[in-house]
Design a protein around this ligand. Structure first.
Ligand SMILES: C[S@@+](CC[C@H](N)C(=O)[O-])C[C@H]1O[C@@H](n2cnc3c(N)ncnc32)[C@H](O)[C@@H]1O
Length: 275
């Protein structure tokens, strides 16, 4: 399925423009495997043909399909245990105390992939904070890829997925087995919803969130797009809300929007409130 360096460069640019994701030239082979099905569906037999189609009249749906196919959707339940410890021991207790009047909590898993992050937060709420029964709680998962959003909505996971990061006790308590798959139980599913959202495009109408998880996605973006995303997230997070990034990520290019705090061996961010 290989193509010329110029064609790979063209595909890299399509991906960058559509999703802000930077694909390193050392990863050309990823185009070969990921775009083979896209090419087939478009009725061409190789990447060269796909690039020609893309160049002909730049069909928006095909550019989008290319960008979606190239997303890295790696995720797992309770990814980075320190982050989840910090959530359940520090941030959620504080938020719950502060929101006790309104009894309303909005949490955003802003690059939710196949949903494990959002369901892990919802399970944490169900497990550690039984006092939330009767509250209006929503965990909103969003991702640019329609395929992973549909997967997240299905709430069904394979053995390999539930074996990664999910304590056996939580599997038994919060999932129902359907032959070779496990489905998230209704109580946790009801807390979660999933939508297609491109973080680098103007955002659709979303609630103001008390807590935003923006983890393991910024590392694929160039600096300019990271700044755009921080700007958009700043608009969506409550003035006294919280932002969590992935372990390898920092808000260094947006320190005027967020300030870093440290607790329980973990960094998190608070929005800077402009006066
Ligand atoms: C590596 S996964 C991280 C999933 C989860 N947050 C975690 O930490 O496990 C990155 C996700 O970001 C999504 N993504 C990439 N570019 C995006 C964009 N421009 N807007 C929204 N989501 C994007 C990908 O589709 C992918 O599912």
């Amino acid at each position: 399925m290989a193509c010329s360096e110029a064609d790979y460069a063209y595909l890299r640019e399509v991906v960058r423009l559509q999703s802000a994701n930077l694909i390193d030239p050392s990863r050309n082979a990823l185009f070969d495997t990921r775009l083979a099905p896209v090419a087939r569906l478009a009725g061409v037999s190789n990447l060269e043909g796909l690039v020609s189609l893309l160049k002909e009249d730049r069909p928006a749906h095909l550019q989008r399909a290319v960008a979606e196919a190239m997303t890295i959707n790696e995720t797992s339940f309770f990814r980075d245990p320190k982050t989840f410890a910090m959530l359940s021991e520090e941030i959620l207790p504080r938020l719950i105390e502060e929101r006790a009047g309104a009894k309303r909590l909005r949490i955003w898993s802003a690059a939710s992939s196949t949903g494990q992050e959002a369901y892990s937060v919802a399970m944490t709420l169900a497990e550690k904070f039984p006092g939330l029964a009767g509250w209006d709680v929503k965990v909103v998962g969003t991702d640019i890829s329609r395929q992973v959003v549909e997967y997240a909505k299905s709430a069904r996971y394979r053995r390999l997925e539930v074996n990664r990061g999910l304590p056996a006790r939580m599997l038994v308590k919060y999932f129902e087995r359907h032959e070779e798959e496990w489905e998230v139980c209704a109580r946790v599913r009801q807390m979660c919803e999933f939508h297609v959202v491109n973080l680098c495009a103007p955002l659709p109408k979303l609630p103001v969130f008390d807590l935003v998880l923006l983890r393991n996605v910024l590392l694929y973006f160039p600096q300019q797009d990271r700044r755009t995303v921080f700007g958009q997230v700043h608009q969506q997070v409550a003035r006294d809300g919280y932002l969590m990034l992935g372990n390898a990520e920092q808000a260094e290019d947006s320190t005027n929007l967020f300030e870093v705090e440290f607790a329980a061996q973990c960094y998190y961010y608070r929005p800077v409130v402009k006066r």
